[in-house]
Design a protein around this ligand. Structure first.
Ligand SMILES: NC(=O)c1ccc[n+]([C@@H]2O[C@H](COP(=O)([O-])OP(=O)(O)OC[C@H]3O[C@@H](n4cnc5c(N)ncnc54)[C@H](O)[C@@H]3O)[C@@H](O)[C@H]2O)c1
Length: 290
């Protein structure tokens, strides 16, 4: 394989981006982890270091493996340099169509002609993101939707738009297998497969709380103990991030014309108050520091 084929650019070093960088680096990819502000890219790599330190403490990896994985992740704040020579791009920036389209347009002028352009979007149609690049590149634009925490969750949804090439799907399938994960393929419909099922469920849990049918603890316990879910829906919402979830719900409700996918008022209120879930220390539940 050429250098470009083993060089990846991960855009966005947040909750998902740092995990995606980790699994790619663990599989031997040289990863540029890009954020417009270098401190955030470095913070993303620090999160990977913390994950790896936990794995080391549990005896799952040795110190040499930790150092090798971390050594393959280079934080970057200059897009042209980070994109040069990348064979694979995985975009994991904010769930905002305009931001993603602007990034893809910039990438179109920077990455090699044969680069695969994957997006981790949860809900934005791949065709709309693909429209931001030149027509001759649209075959390489594909959804590669990971689940959190990325190093743990076994699934990747592959999402094809009408213009995605068979060769792009084959390449993503090979990468997913290389990461030790399983792929399912979805058509380019809002929410794909998993979030189409999950979002109404999370919304209903929020409406139960709004109505006062049960407390947050009772709603979560009901799902854990009555449905055998590992995590209650409100705790899961906090884990995903309430700002991200709000964006997903708005996009899905509009795209599907389905009010039961729309964000309940309580979600809008929590986001407006800066209660973004686990990442801000509070959401539906509280997460005291440490
Ligand atoms: N949270 C989840 O459970 C989850 C699961 C699957 C997919 N996703 C999707 O992954 C993407 C990222 O979500 P997240 O939860 O990691 O959000 P996040 O808020 O944790 O991280 C997003 C990061 O993108 C950065 N960013 C914003 N604009 C950028 C730009 N132009 N270039 C580079 N970086 C930029 C931000 O600084 C931030 O660090 C979204 O599309 C989301 O829908 C999220």
């Amino acid at each position: 394989m050429s250098g470009a084929e083993r060089r990846a650019l991960v855009c966005g070093a947040g909750f998902m981006g740092h995990g995606i960088a980790q699994v790619l680096a663990a599989a031997g990819w040289e990863v540029r982890l890009y954020e417009p502000a270098l401190a955030r890219a470095v913070a993303g790599r620090d999160r990977v270091a913390a994950n790896l330190d936990r794995a080391l403490a549990k005896g799952r990896i040795d110190a040499a493996t930790r150092d090798a994985i971390l050594g393959r992740i280079l934080p970057a704040a200059e897009l042209p340099a980070a994109a040069a020579g990348a064979g694979l791009v995985v975009e994991a920036i904010v769930e905002d169509e305009a931001a993603k389209r602007a990034l893809f347009t910039a990438l179109d002028g920077l990455v090699p002609d044969d680069a695969l352009l994957a997006t981790n979007t949860s809900s934005i149609p791949i065709a709309r993101i693909a429209a931001a690049v030149r027509p001759e590149r649209r075959g390489a634009v594909i959804g590669m939707h990971f689940f959190s925490p990325v190093p743990v969750m076994p699934l990747v949804e592959i999402v094809r738009s009408a213009s995605t090439a068979d060769a792009a799907e084959a390449r993503v399938r090979a990468i997913v297998a290389e990461l030790g994960k399983e792929a399912v393929v979805s058509a380019d419909r809002p929410g794909f497969l998993v979030n189409r099922m999950l979002i109404p469920f999370l919304g209903e849990a929020m409406r139960l709380l709004e109505e006062g049918t049960g407390s947050a603890a009772e709603i979560d316990a009901a799902a854990r103990l009555g449905l055998n879910h590992p995590m209650g829906p409100l705790e899961l919402a906090d884990f995903i991030g309430l700002d991200t979830l709000l964006a997903i719900m708005e996009i899905q409700a509009e795209g599907l014309g389905a009010p039961h996918h729309a964000p309940p008022a309580i979600l809008r209120r929590l986001v407006a108050e800066g209660r973004l879930g686990r990442k801000s220390g509070a959401g539906f539940l509280d997460y005291p520091a440490g």
